[in-house]
Design a protein around this ligand. Structure first.
Ligand SMILES: [Zn+2]
Length: 238
């Protein structure tokens, strides 16, 4: 089975880079927005609105995903999220970054997917996709490099880097599993979206757990200084 969907780490990495760009945005919120289209895909697969197919050679194709993964859905979703934050929640400070992060999903997927991304849900052709997934080693190398670039931009800890490498490696069996392995998916519509949902949650968990810089002994000294200043201020202002 070749998985024909962009793996969770790259989408999660872009959320991390966005957090660096706009620290007042919630990391969890950004990670969810970056996977907005994928979460829709999971829900639509469970509901039978979208589906995958397995061809005669046992190869899995996401094939029918016009609602969660059209260019229009990605762009309109980003605009709606921006408008919601800007005008309903009055979070002008984070509205723009959230909008772009939502749109980023479909942009990354266009690079990776086989040409199965429609311009709009009602336009079956042309299908768009640069098909990076068809060369698994290159796909793995590029997605890992992308994660490392986002990590470097975020200035993450070594633990976070290790976490990114781990979640990329965990996805390897999905990239390289042989032909025919996808066949159980032909008769069961629940397995694939569940696997994808698990990889999404695993990537969120790893990145959230390790996103903070490791506490160093220096912070104890800084805390001591703070306490000292507080005591000092108290004495001057009884
Ligand atoms: Zn996707």
């Amino acid at each position: 089975m070749e998985m024909l969907i962009m793996y969770a780490p790259a989408h999660t990495a872009i959320a991390l880079a966005a957090k660096r760009m706009n620290p007042s945005a919630s990391l969890i919120g950004l990670m969810v927005a970056a996977q907005g289209s994928e979460l829709l895909w999971v829900i639509f697969n469970y509901l039978g609105i979208e589906h995958s197919t397995v061809d005669a050679g046992g190869m899995l194709h996401l094939e029918y995903l016009p609602y969660s993964h059209s260019l229009l859905t990605g762009i309109v979703g980003g605009v709606l999220l921006w408008a919601l934050l800007r005008f309903v929640f009055e979070r002008k400070d984070v509205a723009t970054i959230f909008g772009w992060v939502f749109v980023s999903h479909i942009v990354l997927d266009v690079i990776q997917h086989e040409p199965n991304i429609q311009i709009a849900p009602w336009m079956p052709t042309p299908g768009i996709g640069l098909d990076l997934q068809s060369i698994p080693w290159l796909d793995f190398a590029i997605e890992l490099a992308f994660c490392i670039a986002c990590w470097a931009y975020y200035r993450g800890s070594l633990r976070l880097l290790t976490g990114f490498i781990a979640i990329n490696i965990i996805d390897l069996p999905l990239m390289f599993a042989g032909d025919g392995a996808a066949s159980p998916l032909a008769s069961n519509a629940i397995i694939l979206p569940t696997i994808v949902l698990v990889t999404i949650i695993a990537a969120w968990a790893v990145v959230y757990a390790f996103h903070k810089p490791r506490k160093r002994s220096v912070s104890a000294t800084e805390e001591g200084n703070l306490n000292y200043e507080r005591t000092d201020a108290h004495e001057h202002n009884p």
